[in-house]
Design a protein around this ligand. Structure first.
Ligand SMILES: CSC[C@H]1O[C@@H](n2cnc3c(O)ncnc32)[C@H](O)[C@@H]1O
Ligand SMILES: [Zn+2]
Length: 428
């Protein structure tokens, strides 16, 4: 029997950003009505939403969920030093079960901070999918691949098997992409194999591109072109690409990205912490690119809080351009919702509150001093809200956070397991 939930007297922002107080009706996994709800029947759960603001579930377009196990392990370093000397050696010891618990830890944090969809690139992806399936979150999963080393061909084969086994599973909550790590770990011949596989499967690609100045400089030295130009030449950009970072992209690169409809995952927190630079987001948006927001892994952020990324996005680009209008609150919020959905190929399912879309809904508790006075809900959401305001989270029509508590995850057991495994992995 499909369950019906009515969110009674909830506040929400319409597509035209008008504030409305109304009811949202959820039947099974979908939003079926926005407007005064019909009389509740026996099987209907009515939730009083006085003083609650409903927003679409937030969409994290780039992370490595299980890296939550490495949070606070290696900080204040540049990307390549951090990867080569701290992260990759520690990741070499990861087991499938570690990745399961690391991913579940990340999912617990994401759900409690209002994220209902994430795009992940990592190893041991069947265990990632298991954590996604049982927690109720939505995810776009990619088995990370590097073309250097003994596992290069095996990870291609694993990616193919993972795609066949998990694409469109968990009630359609899981979709699968291919995940070549980056141009500096995937040489051209390897990327050509990835492109062939993507064409065979009709799969899209999630890849790190142009994250640091050093990456772009080395790419010019090695191939005489930028990472974007190289990817274009190799056919990678013809597969449908979600490109993480794009910090050091030129005007010419942006034109290519526009032509190839590359979608960008902007990760302001990680880019700031790793001192990678500031992505030209205003230029990318002005060129018509789809730019979503991501946290990157919790080891380089050091949290998975998308409300924080919204705020960072709105602030960072203002101070960088000295133009307060460059990314207004509304744009930053859209980047974490509607644009994020588009970036992940899920715009027909999530990212907005509208009848017919999946019921991925976050209720923020506005009954706090930092929500007073309420001149402008969008402004409050972008500049004043914080993770502690996330009261209730509904993912695919199911309540996964209720009164700030997880309903699908045993948090106490999870923290014990995650802490124990993290200590072993980092030799502590
Ligand atoms: C091959 S699985 C993903 C791989 O990416 C590493 N990683 C984490 N953060 C970053 C980043 O900001 N840039 C590049 N690579 C990153 C992660 O440790 C995994 O090894
Ligand atoms: Zn990353």
């Amino acid at each position: 029997m499909p369950q019906t939930i009515i969110l009674k007297n909830v506040e929400l922002l319409s597509d035209c950003d008008e504030l409305i107080q109304t009811d949202i009706t959820i039947s099974d996994d979908c939003i079926t009505g926005i407007g005064t709800a019909m009389e509740a029947g026996d099987k209907t759960r009515v939730i009083d939403c006085t003083d609650k603001l409903a927003i679409p579930g937030l969409i994290n377009t780039h992370t490595h969920a299980a890296m939550s196990l490495f949070r606070s392990y290696a900080d204040d370093m540049l990307l390549m030093d951090w990867l080569e000397n701290k992260i990759w050696p520690a990741e070499a010891n990861l087991t499938a079960e570690d990745v399961y618990y690391g991913t579940l830890l990340a999912i617990a944090e994401m759900l409690k901070t209002g994220t209902t969809t994430f795009a992940d690139m990592y190893f041991y992806m069947p265990q990632v999918a298991e954590a996604v399936a049982e927690s109720g979150i939505r995810a776009v999963l990619a088995r990370g691949m590097t073309g250097l080393g003994a596992n290069a061909l095996q990870s291609l084969a694993e990616s193919e098997a993972f795609y066949h086994e998990y694409h469109h599973t968990a009630n359609e909550r899981i979709t699968v992409m291919l995940g070549p790590h980056a141009p500096y770990t995937c040489p051209p011949d390897y990327l050509k194999k990835v492109v062939s596989l993507a064409q065979k499967l009709d799969a899209e690609i999630h890849i790190h591109l142009s994250e640091t100045a050093g990456e772009v400089e080395n790419c010019f030295k090695q191939y005489g072109k930028s990472p974007i130009e190289l990817m274009s030449e190799l056919g990678v950009l013809d597969c449908g690409v979600l490109a993480a970072h794009c910090v050091h992209v030129s005007t010419e690169d942006i034109q290519i990205m526009r032509q190839k409809q590359v979608r960008v995952a902007h990760n302001p927190g990680s880019n700031m912490k790793l001192a990678s630079g500031i992505a030209p987001v205003p230029q990318m948006l002005a060129a018509g690119l789809c730019v979503g927001l991501g946290t990157d892994g919790a080891a380089s952020n050091n949290n998975l809080d998308m409300l924080e990324e919204i705020r960072l996005t709105a602030l960072l680009h203002k101070v960088n351009t000295r133009d307060p209008l460059v990314i207004p609150a509304q744009t930053a919020v859209k980047m974490a919702t509607a644009f994020g959905a588009q970036a992940l190929g899920l715009a027909d399912k999530v990212g907005r509150l509208a009848p017919g879309l999946k019921a991925d809904i976050v209720l923020l508790d506005m009954d706090s001093p930092h929500w007073c006075p309420r001149h402008n809900r969008l402004s409050l959401l972008a500049y004043s809200a914080s993770a502690g305001d996330v009261h209730t989270v509904i993912a695919n029509g199911k309540i996964v956070v209720e009164n700030r508590r997880l309903t699908t995850i045993d948090e106490e057991k999870l923290l014990y397991e995650a802490h124990k495994r993290s200590m072993r992995l980092t030799g502590k």
